[in-house]
Write a protein of this length. Sequence first.
Length: 88
Amino acid sequence: MSRSPALRNSLRSVQGDKPVTLIVNLASVEYMDSSGLATLVEAMKNAKSNSTKLVLCAMNQKVKALFEIARLHHYFNIVASLDDAIGA
């Protein structure tokens, strides 16, 4: 079952407040498909338009590989841990 719609709604809700920084902790994400990637790309576009710093953290190797294959790791701020994201 895809969780992208729920994630999309949550991200839109949080981004409506125009935070300075938005951290997306992916520690519990074991798998991501194209709809998950699209949701995060949309969040990145919204973050840029709101001058919000979007940080993705704690990706497992499978998810990180997906970002690398899609060459999205060049466009996202991706850090190893939540502590790193808080300090980013």
